[in-house]
Design a protein around this ligand. Structure first.
Ligand SMILES: Nc1ncnc2c1ncn2[C@@H]1O[C@H](COP(=O)(O)OP(=O)(O)OP(=O)(O)O)[C@@H](O)[C@H]1O
Length: 258
């Protein structure tokens, strides 16, 4: 996957400003950054939910930066996404949510979809009984796990995860992250995850991107971060007594002013 000078605007607000990155098949990447940095918008552009205002997203040799790009429909099938708010349908049972796409497209019978969903629930640590509940019957952490089960239900080539462990306790977070690592290793899935958990970013992802105000401020192998000599990255990784970077910013162009 290659992203070249991607730009996305909402009115006068530039959510993505010339973002470029490359990720090989089967590689993992964590995206970190303060609130409103453009992390979710980047994932939504990659997923094809937003069309770009400029730049390219090259998947399998095709530019899919526009929602009506001919190759986009095909890629929609090959990308799994977990949304920040999970985006589960409350009118459907949990198993129907997990296999929503397969039921809609008729690629699985309802019986097969139910069995597949129950199997996936086991992978995210939920019981078979939960398949027959609706999302509103579940705790926030359980909803998150259902969202992950749905994201992996089509065995996607690219998995986009918006804060997969937010709201989960440390034990479950670890379990989910181990599962995500296994998916990447065993199935060759490319995984891009937004996370606020710097320990997870450091230990579970081979590559790291730090975003601020729609731009990438640092990108590289996670193994390089301690020698990056990038003050803002270090502050992000360690947390800072001065508060989030966004609260310390002056309006001085692109410069982060600590
Ligand atoms: N649909 C939209 N319409 C208008 N503005 C939007 C829309 N989606 C995102 N934005 C704006 O784009 C900017 C980046 O938002 P984004 O959701 O990507 O932030 P983020 O880095 O994911 O933040 P957080 O960690 O708080 O979720 C913000 O200023 C946000 O208000």
């Amino acid at each position: 996957m290659t992203v070249q000078s991607l730009t996305k605007k909402f009115g006068t607000n530039t959510a993505l400003d010339n973002v470029s990155l490359t990720l090989d098949k089967g590689e993992t990447m964590a995206i970190i950054g303060p609130s409103a940095a453009g992390k979710s918008v980047l994932l939504k552009c990659l997923a094809g939910l937003y069309g770009a205002d400029g730049g390219k997203i090259i998947l399998g040799g095709d530019d899919v930066s526009q929602t009506n790009a001919p190759a986009r429909f095909d890629w929609a099938e090959r990308i799994g996404m977990l949304f920040q708010q999970n985006a589960l349908f409350d009118s459907m049972k949990v198993w129907e949510n997990i296999c929503f796409r397969q039921i809609e497209r008729g690629t699985l019978t309802r019986k097969a979809a139910k069995e597949h969903a129950i199997d996936l629930l086991g992978h995210v640590g939920l019981s078979e009984d939960s398949a027959f509940l609706t999302p509103s019957d579940l705790s926030g952490g359980m909803q998150k796990r259902v969202g992950i089960a749905r994201a992996i239900s089509t065995d996607p080539e690219i998995l986009l995860l918006d804060n997969p462990t937010a709201g989960l306790d440390p034990v479950l977070s670890n379990h989910i992250e181990i599962m995500i690592s296994k998916i990447a290793t065993q199935r060759g899935t490319t995984v891009i995850t937004i996370t606020n958990d710097m320990h997870i970013a450091r230990t579970r992802y081979a590559n790291l991107v730090m975003m601020y105000a729609g731009k990438i401020y640092w990108a590289g192998p996670t193994s390089d971060i301690d020698n990056a000599h990038n003050e803002h990255l270090t502050q992000m990784l360690n947390g800072s007594a001065q508060g989030p970077i966004s609260m310390r910013m002056g309006k001085r162009g692109d410069q982060i002013v600590a």
